[in-house]
Each structure stands twice: as structure tokens, then as C-alpha cells.
Design a binder for this molecule. Structure first.
Ligand SMILES: Nc1ncnc2c1ncn2[C@@H]1O[C@H](COP(=O)(O)OP(=O)(O)OP(=O)(O)O)[C@@H](O)[C@H]1O
Ligand SMILES: [Mg+2]
Length: 254
């Protein structure tokens, strides 16, 4: 079953046509990678899916429902979560509180109830903290729970963003260059965590330049170049496609 369907998406910034006529169907329960040279439009695609931008034309449907006009926070509630190419954490909050913040998008209790009904607040808070601790253990940060997010290493911050995105209990997780700045061991752990996330039923869209990671993790790959669709296929097909190789000038692609 298709979880996310994009049809003929267009998005420009001034004179730059960042995304031109992109269509793709992302099957539920898969890892779908978007690759391409710098400026190809990959992050813009994630921004269109997550609702940071609205397309000038084209359509997006998620689990059969149109996303047209829905702002980003409404899409999070539908089950679309993301991380950012440039890390965005609450750097002055603890590691644990950063993940707890992710749970709040699903709170059925309005914020003012927290003030009036301390008991409900504390029960809810305890449950959130327990769930958050489980996610921190998953990303290897349980021991760092009391540290300030801003004091973590770059690789740890990326993992914290991953955990915070999972805290929103997504059906679709969008991750933008999760391996950027990670060392080899951290990339291996990331690969395992993406595959475990998929196994748990979450569909993953990953934008990434690390081809070893992409080739090992993706079920399908969309290759973009200058905003356009260059190729889509399984990893083995992408690796032997001449148009893809020439877009990368034989450089980055394995
Ligand atoms: N907010 C914006 N304002 C102006 N131009 C933008 C904006 N966002 C993206 N662009 C432009 O759109 C094009 C596509 O950018 P995008 O960030 O989607 O590329 P990318 O494939 O993610 O590249 P990278 O691999 O370098 O992250 C680029 O030319 C970029 O400069
Ligand atoms: Mg980008």
C-alpha cells in the first residue's frame, strides 16, 4: 500500500526552480531514499512533505488523505515527523526534556489543564518520561539524559533529534542527512536504528549523501538533479545507471 503519494510537485524560490514536476509513491513499511548532488532539491522535497512549504502546483496524499494547505503542526499530528539538515534542538534543555517535548504533540489534555489539575499532569509527565527514556536507550543516549542538549557531540545531537522525532509516534519519518558529521561507528549504529524503525512499522524517507548508508538501508531510491527526477529504482539499479553516475561526475557514487 502507498503511504505517501506525490504528484507533479513544483516549488521555486525567486528564479530558482528547486523542485520541478516530482512524482513518487512511497510504499508503507519501506525505507525510501532521496539522493542527488548539492542543490538538487532533496531538502525542499522534505519541506514540501512536512508542510514547511506548500507546493506551487501538484498534490500530496498521505494515507489516502490530501495534505493540501495543511500546516506542518497538523501533519505531525497525522503522523509525519522529521529531522532537519541543520540540527534544531532545545539546546538549553536536558536531553530527556527534548524527547519529552516530542510527546506533547499528542497530548489530549489542553495546556491549561496542566495548571489546574496537577495530578493528571504528573501522571502524564511520568508516562512521557518513561517513554522518552525508552527512546533514549534506543539511540544510545540513556546515560546522557540529564546533560544539556547543547553539550552533546554532533553525532549525539543527531541521534537526539532522531529520538525526538520518534517521540511524536510517526507513521512516516523524514530524516535529512542523518549521517552528516558522524564517524564510521556512528553511521553503523544509525543504519541499525533506521532498519529497526522500519521493522517497527514506520516508513522512512531518508535524504543522504553517504552512499554506503543509502545502498544498505534503502528499499527504493529517487535520484534528483537540478530539481528534476533523474531516476528511480532499487539500489542495484541506481548504481548501474549511467545518467546517475554522470550527475555525480563519477565522484560520490560507489
Ligand atoms: N528557502 C530558500 N530560499 C531560496 N532558495 C532556496 C531555499 N531553499 C532552497 N533553495 C534553493 O533551492 C535549490 C534546492 O535546494 P535544496 O536545499 O532543496 O537542495 P538539496 O538537494 O537539499 O541540497 P544539499 O545536498 O546541499 O542539502 C537550491 O538551489 C537552493 O539554493
Ligand atoms: Mg539538503
Amino acid at each position: 500500500m502507498t503511504l505517501l503519494s506525490a504528484k507533479g510537485l513544483h516549488k521555486s524560490f525567486g528564479g530558482v526552480r528547486a523542485v520541478r514536476d516530482i512524482s513518487c509513491d512511497i510504499p508503507e513499511g519501506t525505507v525510501f531514499a532521496i539522493i542527488g548532488p548539492n542543490g538538487a532539491g532533496k531538502s525542499t522535497m522534505l519541506n514540501l512533505i512536512s508542510g514547511v512549504y506548500q507546493p506551487e502546483s501538484g498534490s500530496l496524499t498521505f494515507a489516502g488523505q490530501t495534505l493540501a494547505g495543511l500546516p506542518a503542526y497538523r501533519r505531525v499530528r497525522l503522523g509525519i515527523a522529521r529531522t532537519f539538515q541543520k540540527i534544531r534542538l532545545f539546546k538549553q534543555l536536558s536531553v530527556l526534556d527534548n524527547v519529552v517535548a516530542g510527546f506533547h504533540v499528542h497530548h489530549d489534555i489542553p495546556a491549561w489543564h496542566y495548571l489546574l489539575h496537577g495530578g493528571a499532569f504528573r501522571r502524564d509527565q511520568a508516562r512521557c518520561r518513561a517513554d522518552a527514556m525508552e527512546l533514549l536507550a534506543f539511540v544510545g543516549l540513556a546515560a546522557r539524559r540529564e546533560a544539556l542538549a547543547g553539550s552533546l557531540s554532533y553525532g549525539e545531537q543527531r541521534m537526539l533529534e532522531f529520538a525526538r522525532a520518534l517521540a511524536t509516534k510517526p507513521k512516516l519519518l523524514l530524516i535529512d542527512e542523518p549521517a552528516a558529521g558522524l564517524n564510521a561507528a556512528e553511521v553503523d549504529s544509525l543504519l541499525d536504528r533506521i532498519l529497526t524503525t522500519r521493522k517497527q512499522g514506520v516508513t522512512v524517507v531518508v535524504v543522504e549523501h553517504n552512499m554506503e548508508l543509502v545502498m544498505n538501508v534503502a528499499d527504493r531510491i529517487l535520484v534528483m538533479d537540478y530539481g528534476q527526477h533523474l531516476f528511480e529504482g532499487a539500489p542495484a539499479e541506481v548504481q548501474k545507471n549511467p545518467a546517475v553516475a554522470s550527475a555525480y561526475l563519477g565522484g560520490e557514487l560507489m
